[in-house]
Structures are given as structure tokens and as C-alpha cells.
Design a protein around this ligand. Structure first.
Ligand SMILES: *Cc1c(COP(=O)(O)O)cnc(C)c1O
Length: 469
């Protein structure tokens, strides 16, 4: 065996070993952060180390230091697992090491992106003429969509952002729900639009926008360049905006409509849940993740735009005002903010191939059923569920919400499962997200049990400690 063959097989075997055993270990690393840092630290080596020794040292340094995010009982943030074929495709992607800038560099990467992008549009109910960009995640997807929207609403007033930037441009009004994701605000900061111009729309108790209020907000400043940013899947509750009513309203005001659909957009792929995203295909641009609900390894996201020409004009490597082209004859790198980048199409192509239409629907339905089961078990154990469990997200509180962080810490220390805390409409709550293809009912039952045990222990600790009162 050649050195490189030996090394890659060894790495793949160690990765497979992690996958095979991740469900058996504590989800939380059992070593301290200081210990882990020390294992990786040390002086820069004066000279070379053999690749085999490097791999040995990496495996040693990381031993017991890998959080079980890919495992069946990781419920923090919104974290997908990694499907087998998608994982294998990512191993190959590294082996092939193709930059997906254009199809001269990598015809296969380009073909995989085109095919996977077409499949994704079909599954998500997006217009077939839309352009598709393979990006790092929904943060990048939202940034791409909002950048195109910014350029388009200003172009309608005769302002060319690609040439003049925002110098001399009118302020763009961004109308967005008050429960929007923080990545929307960061995108606006990055894009020079700032956050002061956000016109917030009230949300209902589950985090979806109040469409009557959207109507009022839009009517307040008629005629200003406007982007409406909607959401499919609130990160805390899973709530989706009412696209069927909101998009036509935005259209009446000549607004660009972008949808942050990081994970919730995938509800569109399930006949049982697609009612939540009905009308989402009416928008102009969409950002979503493949590394969340589609269970593609990190990092993987998608940006779509109904107007492929506007997309390429906003993102093109060489701006249209320099080439005189309309930007329709775009290469892969003309729709993303990056130039050279990883060939992310292979992983998405493999995931969609592995699951097929029914497999994606089953994955969505299964995660939602698990979330509902978790909510039922915790309710039966005395917890209160603080959201309407419409999708895969559950917000949980026990009697004394000031103890939420202590309960979360106790759960993390126990290691059966992992979840985090969030602040939702002024309340400190536990947030549970079920997004992994490997999670079973038994995992939900074990985890609910661990959460209830942790809550009881934290509650008992309070009764027992006199000095706290
Ligand atoms: C996770 C998430 C994002 C950001 O996605 P990244 O993959 O971290 O870039 C944006 N919006 C929503 C609603 C999310 O849940």
C-alpha cells in the first residue's frame, strides 16, 4: 500500500469507527476544554513530521474530545447528522480535491451541482428557472439572497450597486419579523445596509409574522425600496410565516421577497408538512441549509434565486458593467460569494440520491414525530411546553424558569443527550431540535428520561440548600 493510500484508509476507518460508536458514548466530551487545548497546543514543529505520525497525534489529541453532534441524541441548536452516502461523497470530495469554480476545473463538480440543485428545487417547490448556489450554510444563503434583493430594488431606482456601491443610494427598508434569525441582521451589516433600517413586524406567540401588521408596516412608507425577509422555520419554535398571504402583500409594494428557510424549508418536501410552507415558491430568493435537515456533512448550504440573471449580476466574478454581459452565461463561481471553493455538490447529490423523494419526506416526518413524542413525555413528567410543536423544535420549561440553565448544565454533564437553553419571548427555556436521521424512538425515550432526572435533581438541590433563600 502506498503511504497516501494507507493514510486515507486509516483516516476513513477512524471516521467510520466514530460513526459506529457515537451513540454509545457520552454526547458531551469527557475531557476538559483546557486539557483538549493543551493536547493540540505546543510549539510549531521545527521540521517535518511523517503524515502517519501526524494522523496518530491528531487522533490522540481528539480522543474523547469530539462532541457527539453527529449522534442520535444531540438536540442542541439545529444540527443534522450525516447520511452514509453523503459522508462517503464528502470523503471522495476531499480525495478528488476539485475546486468548484467552473466546469473546466471540475466538470463533475459542476454537473453534480446542477443535478442536485434541480432536485432540490423540485423537492422544495421552488420555481424551476431559479439559479442555485452551493454555499457554506444559511448564513451565506441569506447573504446572497439579500445582496441580490438590495441590488435589484436599487436598480429599479436607477442605482447600480455593483458599480457605485451604496454611495448616493437611498436607504433600503428591510421588513422582517421580530423573531427573525440573527444571521439576517449579520447579512445586513455585511452588505452595508445596516440594521437601523429594519422595519420589524410583530410575531405571534409561535414566532410567525402577524400578516396584518406586515400590511401596516409596508403601508407606512410607500415607494421606498423594500426587501421583505420571511422565515420558514423559526429556530426556537419551527414556526413558518404565512407565505400565501405575505408574499402577495409584499409584491403589491414592489418589494423583493427573501425567505430564510435554513431548516424549515424542508417541510415542503413532506406531503404531511408542506401546508406549513405553502406559497413559499412565490418569493424571489431563498437561503437554506443542507447540513441541517438534509443531513449532509458540514458545511453545506444553498441559495436560490428566481431571477438567474439578477443572481449572476450580483455575485459574478467579473461584474457585468465591466464585461457588458448580462451575466446569464455564468459559471459556478458566478453565483457564490467565493471564488475557489469545496465541491459541495457531491455531498448534496449523494444525500438526495440516497433518500429519494420519499426518503426526504420520511426524514422530515420522523423528526417531527420524535419532537412531538419528546414533548408528550416531558409534559407527562411535569414540564411545560412553551411552543406549538409544528415541526421538529420543542421549547421546554420546568416550574422555576430561573433554574433552566442549571437543568441544561445537568443534562449536558449527564451526557445521555445534549441540548441548550434559549431566551424565547422573555422566558429562559430549554430548546430541543430533532434533526438527525439516526434518532430513534428509543433515543427520545432515554433522553426524556435523562432530562426529567436532571430537572428533578436540580429541583431537589434547591430545596436542600438553605443559604440560597
Ligand atoms: C441555523 C439557521 C441559520 C443559519 O444557518 P447556518 O447553517 O449556521 O449558516 C439561519 N436561519 C435559521 C432560521 C436557522 O435555523
Amino acid at each position: 500500500m502506498s503511504d497516501v493510500e494507507h493514510l486515507l484508509v486509516r483516516a476513513a476507518r477512524a471516521a467510520a469507527e466514530h460513526r459506529m460508536t457515537v451513540g454509545e458514548h457520552s454526547v458531551t466530551p469527557d475531557r476538559s476544554p483546557e486539557d483538549i487545548r493543551a493536547a493540540f497546543a505546543g510549539p510549531l514543529p521545527d521540521g517535518p513530521t511523517s503524515p502517519d505520525d501526524v494522523l496518530t497525534r491528531l487522533l490522540q489529541a481528539a480522543e474523547g474530545a469530539i462532541t457527539g453532534t453527529v449522534g442520535p441524541r444531540y438536540f442542541g441548536f439545529v444540527i443534522g447528522g450525516a447520511l452514509p452516502a453523503a459522508s462517503a461523497a464528502e470523503v471522495l470530495t476531499t480525495g478528488w480535491d476539485q475546486p468548484a469554480y467552473n466546469e473546466v476545473l471540475s466538470p463533475a463538480a459542476g454537473a453534480a451541482e446542477r443535478a442536485a440543485g434541480t432536485w432540490a428545487k423540485e423537492l422544495l417547490g421552488l420555481p424551476s428557472e431559479s439559479s442555485v448556489a452551493f454555499v457554506t450554510g444559511a448564513q451565506a444563503g441569506n447573504t446572497v439572497g439579500l445582496a441580490i434583493g438590495r441590488n435589484e430594488v436599487l436598480a429599479r431606482l436607477g442605482h447600480d450597486v455593483a458599480r457605485d456601491g451604496l454611495h448616493g443610494a437611498p436607504r433600503v427598508r428591510v421588513v422582517a419579523g421580530e423573531e427573525r434569525h440573527a444571521t439576517v441582521d449579520r447579512a445586513l451589516r455585511l452588505l452595508g445596509m445596516g440594521t437601523a433600517g429594519i422595519a420589524p413586524v410583530r410575531a405571534d406567540g409561535n414566532g410567525a409574522i402577524d400578516v396584518e401588521h406586515l400590511d401596516q408596516v409596508l403601508a407606512e412608507n410607500p415607494g421606498v425600496p423594500t426587501i421583505v425577509c420571511l422565515q420558514a422555520g423559526n429556530v426556537n419554535t419551527g414556526a413558518c410565516d404565512d407565505f400565501e398571504r405575505a408574499v402577495p402583500l409584499a409584491r403589491r409594494h414592489d418589494a423583493w421577497v427573501h425567505v430564510d428557510g435554513a431548516f424549515g424549508l424542508w417541510a415542503a418536501a413532506s406531503p404531511r408538512h408542506e401546508h406549513l410552507t405553502r406559497g413559499v415558491g412565490l418569493a424571489d430568493s431563498w437561503g437554506t441549509d443542507a447540513h441541517k435537515w438534509l443531513n449532509v456533512p458540514y458545511d453545506s448550504g444553498l441559495a436560490f434565486c428566481r431571477d438567474a440573471q439578477a443572481h449572476a449580476a450580483a455575485m459574478a466574478y467579473v461584474a457585468a458593467y465591466l464585461t457588458g454581459s448580462g451575466g446569464t452565461d455564468h459559471v459556478l463561481g458566478d453565483v457564490t460569494p467565493e471564488s475557489s471553493r469545496r465541491a459541495r455538490g457531491f455531498g448534496v447529490w449523494a444525500a438526495l440520491q440516497e433518500l429519494g423523494r420519499s426518503g426526504v419526506a420520511d426524514l422530515v416526518d420522523r423528526c417531527c414525530a420524535h419532537a412531538a413524542r419528546m414533548a408528550d413525555l416531558l409534559t407527562a413528567g411535569g414540564a411545560t411546553i412553551h411552543n406549538e410543536v409544528v415541526l421538529n423544535q420543542v421549547l421546554v420549561g420546568f416550574d422555576d424558569l430561573s433554574r433552566t440553565d442549571a437543568v441544561v448544565e445537568a443534562v449536558q454533564r449527564d451526557g445521555t443527550c445534549w441540548l441548550g437553553a434559549t431566551t424565547w419571548q422573555g422566558k429562559r427555556l430549554i430548546r430541543i431540535s430533532v434533526s438527525n436521521w439516526t434518532t430513534t424512538e428509543a433515543d427520545i425515550d432515554r433522553s426524556a428520561d435523562a432530562i426529567l432526572r436532571a430537572a428533578a435533581a436540580v429541583g431537589a438541590g434547591r430545596e436542600g440548600s438553605a443559604e440560597e433563600r
